[in-house]
Ligand binder design. Sequence first.
Ligand code: SF4
Ligand code: SF4
Length: 66
Amino acid sequence: MFIVEIDIEKCEACGDCVENCPEQMIAMVEEDGKKYAMFTGDPDVCSGCLSCEASCEKDAVTVTEY
Ligand code: SF4
Ligand code: SF4
């Protein structure tokens, strides 16, 4: 299984990781006026393709295999 962590301090809500995930595992959320990307999928379904990590120019996404 894979855990996808998104550093909300670095995330600028560009949406690239959301668009580039072939499994629709990442969603944009908004809390207290700040928008950021969040992993909302099933860690067992995430293929670990690293597309989200590679697409983030802010280095905010880290994919780790468990
Ligand atoms: S690609 Fe990076 S900066 Fe853009 S929404 Fe995803 S985590 Fe945030
Ligand atoms: S590793 Fe691949 S399948 Fe998993 S969340 Fe990232 S883009 Fe989606």
